[in-house]
Write a protein that binds this ligand. Structure first.
Ligand code: M6R
Length: 609
């Protein structure tokens, strides 16, 4: 993880760096720092533990000025979040900021200590600073020194480097961690994400794996791993950054929960025409490929993985297309047997999750028909590296706990099921019912959100608990998983999800009057089975919270609270039942006073494995 930004200009760049860090804070927020070269050619470095505002207050007090500098917001991997572990790291005239993990750092550290280098941090990153300094002594340019260092590093590194003897050049290297160059007029920039640079430019060059860039205020030269100059395309982006404003909401997460009707509407827009699903962005040739698909392999992490799990029920039960779903960090380290005519689908909000990207790269060489990315960021590595892509139109998601990205992923997945149904000449009623249910969904969620106060009242009881169980069956089992994940993430209450039928195989031993059990109980063909599971919990004195609809006859009591939700079509019910669980975790976190948008230990985009 971590966010990096660098700038070389003919004006003061301090505020550009700070604003860039604010926009990168979703990548980590343990500590932050910046280093600029001042008008005397000296490094000025400020680092602070905590969020970027700590750093920005410190820079205001110190009145920093410079026309070249680098900055970093950290998510700790090696070494705790302290000021001395914060980046940039210095080695005499060299300063570096790094995103990634240097796997052979310990042996490099020993070699550098033997050469009398003195370490001031516990990080793996500091070795890069000393190694560049070391190689500078045998190289004519900074870029040549950096190329020599790269041959010795193992691991991942998006890194920016400056040399105060050459105060007009930033060298940037990309390996495993994304970096994008922002092109200005008489000024140029580098960052982990184009969002960080939108206040200063809309023209970008995405570095490819292994690229090394030499960036001055007037020129950008890019080399490949071998040091040979290469040309990379310049892209003019239409991205815009609408994150600045929480509007009437107290937190981004709350805003994003309430944005879901619009996010789903936007995701459906232009994709349903005359009651038919059209995914024109896939292109005509894709249809030929999709027609050959006999199996789907979905790979993702966290909330995106939960979305994949829901869709497995849809692919298999609605159109008989077999589907496997796997966590990316597992998929990448086993030797999967690829089924005949299998399509690899990656799901990701950010499109920069290291494990998901690694899985995609592996998938290219092991016999899949092709790859399809479903992602919320059109400029992401995942989209650029996949054969086909469908963008979820959730809009920028700032809250670390994913909400609208999840429900729009499910929306796209359901559209995709309809598309396969159409291409494989399944009964037209399947596509018709999906389309009908999806079109009604935004209004249904709008109505549901007006019940927010019911959930808010419930949250008071929850906030005193230390543990919770979430139960569901069928396509609502992954929704139970998502509910438990949200509660853990932002309220720090330990929560587990189980398939309701599995409870009696062990977890039922946990049931007592202090263990809240949340049951997702929509009216579907599994409801009678679920009722039996509920009885098993009641018989053991469990404290039940049942999310259900009015047609299900549950009776409120002290040990069984019934939360009646409005009617929803069976097909879109998993999306719908997610919303009250998001609200529940949000209100519990509010009562507990946690940092809702930036919960402890987490980062929005997990770019390290
Ligand atoms: O950007 P991605 O969807 O690839 O991220 C995957 C997970 O890191 C992410 O969903 C994480 O679990 C969220 N914080 C959950 O709210």
């Amino acid at each position: 993880m971590c966010g990096i930004i660098g700038a070389v200009a003919q004006r003061d760049i301090t505020e550009i760096l700070i604003e860039g860090l604010r926009r990168l804070e979703y990548r980590g927020y343990d500590s932050a720092g910046l280093t600029i070269i001042d008008d005397k050619g000296e490094f000025q470095r400020i680092r602070r533990v905590g969020k970027v505002y700590e750093l920005s207050s410190a820079t205001e007090c110190k009145s920093l000025h410079g026309i070249i500098g680098i900055a970093h917001t950290r998510w700790a991997t090696h070494g705790e979040p302290t000021e001395y572990n914060a980046h940039p790291h210095l080695s005499n005239y060299i300063a570096i900021a790094h995103n990634g993990i240097i796997e052979n750092a310990e042996s490099l550290r020993q070699q550098l200590i033997a050469k009398n280098y003195h370490f001031t941090s516990e990080t793996d990153s500091e070795v890069i600073a000393h190694m560049v300094h070391d190689k500078c002594q045998q190289s004519t340019t900074l870029v040549k020194a950096v190329i020599k260092v790269l041959t010795l590093l193992q691991g991942t590194y998006g890194t920016v480097i400056i040399d105060r003897r050459q105060p007009d050049i930033i060298v940037a290297v990309r390996s495993g961690s994304p970096l994008v160059i922002g092109l200005g007029i008489g000024e140029n920039f580098i960052a982990s994400d184009p969002l960080a640079l939108l206040p200063v430019t809309h023209r970008f060059i995405y570095l490819e794996e292994g690229d090394i860039a030499e960036i001055s205020s007037r020129k950008v030269t890019i080399f490949n791993k071998q040091g040979i100059p290469v040309i990379r395309n310049t892209i003019e982006t239409t991205l815009h950054y609408d994150a600045g404003d929480k509007g009437e909401y107290r937190h981004y997460m709350q805003k994003e929960i309430y944005q879901q009707p619009t996010a789903i509407k936007n995701t459906l827009e232009k994709r349903i025409k005359h009651e038919h699903v059209e995914l024109s962005e896939l292109g005509h040739e894709a249809e030929q490929l999709l027609k050959r698909v006999e199996h789907i392999q979905i790979v993702a992490c966290g909330t995106s993985y939960n979305a994949g799990l829901v869709s497995r029920y849809w692919f298999e039960s609605l159109i008989g297309l077999s589907c496997d779903v796997e966590i990316a960090s597992e998929f990448r380290y086993r030797k999967p047997v690829v089924r005949k005519n299998s399509l690899f689908i990656s799901l990701s909000q950010s499109g920069e999750t290291a494990d998901t990207l690694a899985a995609l790269r592996i998938s290219k060489n092991i016999g899949y028909l092709g790859s399809l990315a479903i992602c919320n960021v059109s400029s992401s590595s995942l989209i650029r590296e996949s054969d086909l892509s469908i963008i979820t139109k959730a809009g920028v998601e700032i809250g670390v706990a994913s909400t609208k990205a999840f429900t729009t992923q499910l929306t796209v997945l359901l559209l995709l099921v309809a598309k396969f149904s159409q291409l494989n000449n399944r009964p037209v009623s399947i596509e018709y019912e999906i389309v009908q249910a999806l079109q009604k969904l935004p209004n249904r969620i709008e109505h549901l959100l007006s019940f927010g106060n019911v959930i808010e009242n419930l949250a008071k009881e929850f906030s005193e608990k230390n543990h919770a169980l979430f139960l569901g069956r069928g396509s609502h089992y992954p929704i139970a998983m998502e509910g438990a994940l949200k509660l853990k993430e932002i309220s720090y209450i330990h929560a587990e999800a189980y398939a309701a039928g599995e409870l009696k195989h062990g977890p039922i031993a946990l049931i007592d009057s202090n263990m809240p059990v949340i049951v997702i109980a929509p009216n579907n063909k599994l409801i009678e089975k679920l009722k039996s599971n509920i009885e098993e919990i009641r018989a053991r004195g469990g404290l039940l919270y049942i999310f259900t609809d009015k047609n299900n006859e549950f009776i409120n009591s002290d040990s069984m609270k019934i939360i009646h939700l409005p009617y929803i079509e069976t097909l879109t019910s998993p999306i719908f039942y997610t919303i009250p669980l998001q609200l529940l975790s949000y209100y519990v976190a509010l009562i507990k006073g946690t940092d809702v948008d930036q919960p402890r230990n987490l980062a929005k985009s997990v770019t390290v494995e």
